[in-house]
Design a protein around this ligand. Structure first.
Ligand SMILES: O=C(O)c1ccccc1N[C@@H]1O[C@H](COP(=O)(O)O)[C@@H](O)[C@H]1O
Length: 210
């Protein structure tokens, strides 16, 4: 089976269209005011309306309150909640019926992978992302972790790989880790928060061969 791809941090119709036309399985919208990719409810409603049913809409959150999740889900017709810096217990409390939860495990060392087990009863998928420095964004920083930590790792639930992926390294990342789904944000940008249609197309072309 081919590798699925999520293009994250989309905020314009043209770049969203590039992701869909290129074959992305998931598109991501960030609901975090500190991020250069943050979208308003009005903007996400406009974008979500043009996403076909076979492409899943992922909302990216950082330890969100209930109201933010409710409003984002309603505006963006979200299918998936990707939860950074959120405990599994908190995720269980905000889980809305019918929505998939992706538990984010921030990785720097082998011991970090053990966090995945805590998500077993709550999440539909684990997203392994690079741990970012303190007082920075918890994602979207273009940082990667040591992929060999996942080499031969026994996954007991669906998972995905993110953090510092780009057109040059994605094939190697999949070869090393066996990732079934890859997730990219800053690697398809020309500047923080500015998605590049050509980079999106090139990345999706590269993943279509994996
Ligand atoms: O993209 C952001 O601004 C962001 C903000 C807060 C939490 C997560 C965020 N992005 C997610 O980070 C990973 C990796 O991004 P990158 O490819 O290394 O730039 C990805 O899942 C984004 O959805």
């Amino acid at each position: 089976m081919s590798v699925q791809t999520k293009i994250c941090g989309l905020s314009t119709p043209r770049t969203l269209d590039a992701a869909i036309a290129g074959g992305a399985s998931h598109v991501g919208f960030v609901f975090y005011p500190s991020s250069p990719r943050n979208v308003t409810f009005e903007r996400v409603a406009e974008l979500a309306a043009s996403v076909p049913a076979h492409v899943k809409r992922v909302g990216v959150f950082v330890d969100p309150c209930n109201l933010l999740v409710e409003q984002a889900v309603a505006a963006g017709h979200l299918d998936v909640l990707q939860l950074h810096n959120t405990t599994p217990a908190r995720a269980a409390a905000i889980a809305t019926k019918g929505l998939e939860i992706w538990g984010v495990v921030a990785v720097r060392t082998r011991a970090d992978l053990d966090q995945a087990r805590r998500w077993r009863d709550v999440a539909a998928r684990i997203l392994y992302d690079a741990k970012t420095p303190e007082n920075t964004l918890p994602g979207g920083m273009g940082l990667r972790f040591d992929w060999t930590l996942l080499e031969g790792f026994s996954h007991d639930m669906p998972w995905a790989l993110s953090g510092g992926l780009d057109v040059e390294n994605v094939a190697e990342s999949v070869r090393v880790t066996g990732a079934p789904l890859v997730d990219i944000s800053s690697g398809v940008e020309s500047a923080p928060g500015v998605k590049d249609m050509d980079k999106i197309a090139a990345f999706l072309k590269a993943t279509s061969n994996l």
